[in-house]
Design a protein around this ligand. Structure first.
Ligand code: SF4
Length: 340
């Protein structure tokens, strides 16, 4: 099946007084129709810039320097600002971490969602728009939707506000929903409700989702496939079960080790990966993860590892997986299934 989104060798930079920040360095992936792709990584990995590049929301300093982004076969990188406005909120919608930054605190919720509907269909009168808003509130499981039309953002809980944002995003029945850390600011139980809601809406509407998060645990709840980003590049990409059962990249393993285990001794502290992300103004010439990788070898500092095919539908960017990697100290060559 033709993917809804096809990104090829995308490079995006920000031009600052300190120099060119190479935020995304040659990223390629597909989002299949009706499926969810998770993009996972720490802050500064390039995951959010990748999603903002798709919608061309890079601000005055950001620029796509090369690559291709196709939405259902149609190139987006060459579209004008006006054409992109039609794509945003129409065929592609986006929701963010903090709904308060996207909501107007002085306008009732019904009017805000109604405005979104009006922006895309000017034939509807106010009464018809409000009927559509009630329909959308019902769709995102907001209780007593008729009564909530006149409520203001501060009268909603964080979880309810995020439901309103999802309702706004769904107002135009997008083909692709980009969700950038939509549950990060919420309590775990509310987070779980929003993920369940997104999953059932996806089933009902058949849309595709690109889900940006720093949390592999959240990805497990929702995604069919996952791309792990670090230093502006995809380190590993695989189907969801594969990545949990057979991670091949040391960075993915580090992320997996930082997911809390229900059976874990509560006194034991989770171990974040020591070290900090690379300087993206002067990115390293070799593997960006090398300074933090427990398996780093000489070649890792000198040369960028090419992708290795690690399964029918998976790839990983690590020298350990290549046949010309020295056998000494290589856990894969010692017959172990995983490094950890
Ligand atoms: Fe570690 Fe080298 Fe693999 Fe990078 S290429 S993840 S530094 S072993």
């Amino acid at each position: 099946m033709e993917p809804i989104l096809q990104v090829r060798d995308l490079r995006t930079s920000f031009f600052t007084s300190g120099g060119e920040v190479q935020a995304v360095r040659g990223v390629s992936f597909d989002v299949e129709k009706g499926k969810t792709l998770g993009i996972v990584g720490e802050s500064g990995s390039g995951k959010s810039v990748t999603s903002l590049s798709i919608l061309k929301l890079l601000g005055a300093t950001g620029r796509i320097s090369s690559g291709s982004i196709k939405l259902d076969g149609e190139e987006l990188t060459t579209k004008s600002k006006k054409e992109m406005r039609a794509v945003r909120g129409g065929r592609v919608a986006m929701i963010f971490q903090d709904p308060m930054t996207s909501l107007n605190p002085l306008l009732p919720m019904g009017d805000q969602v109604g405005e979104m509907i009006w922006a895309h269909d000017k034939r509807l009168d106010k009464k018809e728009r409000m009927e559509k808003v009630v329909e959308l509130f019902r769709l995102v499981r907001i209780p007593e939707p008729e009564k909530r039309l006149k409520s203001f953002p501060h009268e909603f809980s964080g979880g309810m506000r995020q439901r309103v944002m999802i309702a706004m995003a769904l107002a135009c029945r997008p083909e692709l929903l980009i969700a950038d850390e939509p549950t990060t600011a919420l309590d775990v139980s509310i987070q779980d409700q929003i993920l369940k809601l997104m999953r059932s809406l996806q089933r009902e509407m058949g849309m595709s989702i690109m889900f940006i998060t720093h949390d592999l645990g959240v990805v497990a709840e929702l995604c069919d496939r996952v791309a792990v980003m670090y230093g502006g590049m995809i380190m590993e990409e695989a189907d969801i079960l594969d990545i949990f059962q057979r991670p091949r990249h040391p960075y993915t393993m580090g992320l997996l080790a930082s997911i809390p285990d229900m059976n874990m001794d509560k006194r034991k502290q989770l171990q974040p990966i020591p070290g900090s992300p690379p300087d993206m103004i002067h990115p390293p010439k070799g593997c960006p993860f090398a300074p933090r990788c427990p398996y780093a070898m000489g070649i890792c500092l000198e040369e960028m590892p090419p992708y290795a095919q690690t399964g029918e539908n998976s790839r990983s960017m690590c020298w350990l997986l290549h046949s010309d990697c020295p056998a000494e100290g290589n856990p894969f060559r010692q017959g172990k299934e995983a490094l950890a």
